[in-house]
Design a protein around this ligand. Sequence first.
Ligand SMILES: *[C@@H]1O[C@H](CO)[C@@H](O)[C@H](O)[C@H]1NC(C)=O
Ligand SMILES: *[C@@H]1O[C@H](CO)[C@@H](O)[C@H](O)[C@H]1NC(C)=O
Ligand SMILES: *[C@@H]1O[C@H](CO)[C@@H](O)[C@H](O)[C@H]1NC(C)=O
Ligand SMILES: *[C@@H]1O[C@H](CO)[C@@H](O)[C@H](O)[C@H]1NC(C)=O
Ligand SMILES: *[C@@H]1O[C@H](CO)[C@@H](O)[C@H](O)[C@H]1NC(C)=O
Ligand SMILES: [Zn+2]
Length: 500
Amino acid sequence: MLSLLLLALPLLARAQDGSLSGPTSSASAANYHCDATKCKLPTCACASTSAPGGIAPADTPQFIVFTADDAVQSYTINAVNSFLAQRKNPNGCPPKMTYYTSLSYTNYTLVTDWYVAGNEIADHTMTHAELPDAAEINGNLIALNALAGIPLSAIQGFRAPFLNYTTQTLQNVAAAGFLYDSSATSSIPATDPGTDAYWPYTLDYGLANDCLSVPDICSGKPVLPGLWEIPMYAIFDEKGAAGPHLMDPWLDGNTSAVLTWMKNAFTAHYNGQRQPFGIYTHPIHLATGYPGVADPTAMVAMVNEFLDWAQVQPNVWIVSNMQLMDWVRNPVPLSQLGTADYLKCSTPQVSQNICNGMPTNEAGLLSHCAFSDFPFFTCYGCPETPPTTADPNPPQATVSGQPLRSRLPANCSTPFWDPIKGQCLCTDSSCAFTDNSRPIGPNGANLTGGGTGGAHTTPTPSYVPFDNGSPLPYLVPDAGVWAALFVGLAGAVFAGAIIL
Ligand SMILES: *[C@@H]1O[C@H](CO)[C@@H](O)[C@H](O)[C@H]1NC(C)=O
Ligand SMILES: *[C@@H]1O[C@H](CO)[C@@H](O)[C@H](O)[C@H]1NC(C)=O
Ligand SMILES: *[C@@H]1O[C@H](CO)[C@@H](O)[C@H](O)[C@H]1NC(C)=O
Ligand SMILES: *[C@@H]1O[C@H](CO)[C@@H](O)[C@H](O)[C@H]1NC(C)=O
Ligand SMILES: *[C@@H]1O[C@H](CO)[C@@H](O)[C@H](O)[C@H]1NC(C)=O
Ligand SMILES: [Zn+2]
């Protein structure tokens, strides 16, 4: 289980050499021309700093997209929950986020749980491969469907590991039927007249971001009609445009400085064109109790202070990238958000003890797949060997005295599927979900951020960990890995601007 540690190594290694120190695009490099009379919602959108559908800034929700990347483990889910579990959106529903999942060291049952709880599961390749081929991208879909019960139709987003992509990567993503990619960077402040802080747009007329950092894109390339790009919006330090920070900015400076950078960038979006604001995490950096990771308490408190501050401002919604896409493709003014289905909090009503991604139902029903590389749990039966790009869905291992488990069919939603009996508990779409949303109200009315006023006075309520507080097992790694990890961490903390 030493390999549990290796989860963190790819991104830490990258942090030492993958940082950028200035804008990754410019208007002249973009050379972007989009015919807005031909490019129309919902399937086409020109890159624009203005909200889609001609909605005025005052009528536009300020979305905060919260994303996490890499393997899904109890540690990383706990870290994400430390920001989101206690929060509510203006309609009273818990915020959802997007998890760009890579499969090495992923605990599949936690992916099922996270999806059934309403979050978006997206593709980050099987092995966190640099410049991934189709097998890396598509194998992730197959394995997530087979071993985590995620419907293929629900996996709509892709993010390139290390944010390193080429035209070929995007072509692979388009060919695999994804709705969107979110690997490109917006690296010029939203207040700059030449900003590249575009709302999500389709690649009908090529990319308009990363024109200086990725070869052979922009000036109309690549043409991938209907594939959306959701730019990742940088924040900026004291150096302004020369000091962009993107992922895990809390590793780039002290907490009071980074809080200021985040507030300044948020305000620039909020008081401007309301482009989404991103919180882009590698949650392992914010995990408590993970070997080799420094105590994240101060960083977690800082990010919560930021979210508390942001959420007491009116019309701020924390969403997944798919929820953002739902709005962008069919934009409605603030007054109509309360009726938007994709923002409602629907909870599946299933109380039977079946293995369905609802932790209260599935006790004792999980299969433990005891692979030496990384043991994981699943509802859908252990494979004979761990998934690989060559074989993302190996045959199911037989367990004596137990029937094989049935994988999710295309016509049953995950929480209603009983993989042991192989039956769908819901045969009628009307029985599937209960809508728990409250009437839309002024933001802040029932939030954790401190009431309806502007000042942040109440502390964030204490957070209940995903595992109800019981300590999770891990083995102590050998000395060599400890040494490597500490070197890597030092690199991460002292590396330059953008950590990929
Ligand atoms: C994997 O999932 C199981 C079942 O939810 C859980 O008991 C275990 O702690 C998890 N381990 C990790 C490292 O995520
Ligand atoms: C992406 O990966 C390739 C191949 O490893 C490397 O040459 C290139 O520098 C990377 N690009 C970025 C922007 O990191
Ligand atoms: C935090 O960093 C800023 C520069 O980004 C610096 O001016 C400030 O003194 C630092 N504060 C502390 C407490 O180290
Ligand atoms: C789902 O499809 C299978 C055959 O592929 C069929 O037997 C079953 O009745 C269908 N279930 C529902 C709920 O439609
Ligand atoms: C929200 O807060 C208001 C006043 O602070 C209170 O009257 C109301 O009951 C709360 N609603 C919920 C669902 O907590
Ligand atoms: Zn990654």
